[in-house]
Design a protein around this ligand. Structure first.
Ligand SMILES: [Zn+2]
Length: 420
């Protein structure tokens, strides 16, 4: 049975254009055809027609940076938990993402590889989840950032072993921690690994056909990732020892010249600022929180500026919100796109950063990232027009993943002329 969606606006995201009063026909989990509804007969045999009178249909979203195992909800990233609890968090978080229209996620670090088993469970229909791009536990130096996830490795030989372990377990990409981060005792402004260590990881991964991505907040880590030939950067904050962020144009040029792509993860700064602002009046802040809230407005402006500068240089910047952090929950990915618009992108550019652009960057363009005949039927329908008002992405009316309707609000199937 075919499903025919008719919508007020059909978004051709690659062209950045709207088809008015459009349709999309889906069969067998694949997009069969699309175009203007007027070009079809009034009644299409063998099709259930779902009409959405003031809605926009766009490709399912791709969130390029999440941590499905993390609890979020105010719990620190480094909160200790059992592997079983990590897996249960993933079950809940994956479903929240999917219901919000995120049909693919790139998980940037799980706990001891539990998501490899989760993905297998999803393939058996045990749980619902977006399509999962996985790296397993991030590779980090002994006691480095995120070491509690179980991915410590030191020295070139051990880096090669860690890469081969992840690849053998089914990783789609390799993640290395190239600077400190939010883990107590690690310093975000400092690099972690030596160039020979990072290069060993890159070479081992290249032989196995896996891209390598680096967590890097401070400038020395960005430099070593570039020196080692890493192809994707997470965060790229240009963070300095005093916690301020300052875009470095020379380094931005190097990122562009080497064709390296970036997930800038902006919204988490706005979420932290919101949380601390709400907490300050009634409860007061700790000295660490006071230090943080003083830095955040400048950090947010610097993140906005770096995004625009890097895009201006031709860097492909994809949207990922680091969901799983204490104040950045699941099911709220649209806020990362809102942050990108606040930075100066058009809503269409922000939506591209969550659809066709990551599909291209991560080698998924054949099947995902846009509405095209032959691609997987991962679709999102929202009320209103997110190309005019990005927050309309939160007004989810329907989510389809691989041709299966996961969520459906409002519009009911058209009974057809016979009423059956
Ligand atoms: Zn992260």
């Amino acid at each position: 049975m075919r499903t025919l969606f008719t919508v007020k606006r059909l978004l051709n995201i690659e062209a950045g254009a709207i088809i008015s009063d459009g349709y999309v026909a889906v069969d067998g989990g694949v997009i069969q055809s699309l175009g203007r509804r007027a070009d079809l007969p009034e009644s299409v045999p063998d099709a259930v027609e779902l009409r959405f009178s003031d809605h926009t249909l766009l490709p399912g979203l791709i969130n390029s940076h999440v941590h499905l195992c993390c609890a979020s909800g105010g719990k620190p990233f480094y909160h200790r938990q059992s592997d079983a609890m990590a897996l249960l968090n993933a079950v809940r978080n994956a479903r929240l993402e999917l219901l919000s229209g995120v049909t693919s996620v790139r998980d940037c670090g799980d706990q001891r590889g539990v998501l490899f088993e989760f993905r297998e469970a999803v393939s058996h229909g045990i749980a619902d989840a977006p399509r999962l791009l996985l790296c397993g536990p991030p590779i980090t130096m002994t006691r480095g950032h995120a070491h509690f996830l179980g991915g410590e490795a030191d020295g070139p030989d051990d880096m090669r072993r860690a890469v081969r372990d992840r690849a053998g377990r089914g990783a789609d990409f390799i993640k290395v921690i190239a600077t400190g981060g939010g883990t107590p005792g690690s310093d975000p402004s400092r690099a972690t690994y030596t160039i020979p260590e990072l290069s060993a990881a890159v070479e081992a991964a290249r032989i196995l056909g896996k891209p390598v991505s680096a967590h890097c907040r401070g400038i020395p880590g960005i430099e070593s990732a570039l020196d080692a030939g890493i192809s994707h950067l997470e965060h790229a904050c240009f963070e300095r020892p005093d916690g301020t962020l300052r875009y470095d144009p020379d380094l931005g040029s190097r990122i562009a010249d080497q064709g390296v792509s970036v997930t800038p993860t902006i919204q988490l700064y706005r979420d932290a600022l919101d949380h601390l602002t709400k907490k300050r009046e009634p409860f007061g802040l700790t000295s660490e929180e006071s230090r943080r809230i003083a830095l955040l407005p400048g950090q947010i402006s610097a993140k906005y500026q770096a995004l625009c500068e890097m895009i201006g240089r031709g860097v492909r910047c994809v949207a990922g919100n680091d969901a799983g952090l204490p104040f950045t929950g699941f099911g709220e990915f649209w806020k990362e796109l809102d942050a990108m618009v606040a930075a100066g992108l058009t809503p269409i550019q922000a939506i591209q950063a969550a659809t066709c652009l990551p599909a291209a960057v991560f080698g998924l363009s054949e099947t995902l990232g846009s509405i095209r005949a032959g691609k997987q039927a991962d679709l999102l329908i929202v009320a209103g027009d997110p190309t005019a008002r990005i927050a309309d992405l939160s007004r989810v009316a329907l989510v389809m993943a691989g041709g299966r309707i996961i969520r459906h609000e409002g519009a009911k199937p058209d009974p057809g002329p016979e009423g059956n």
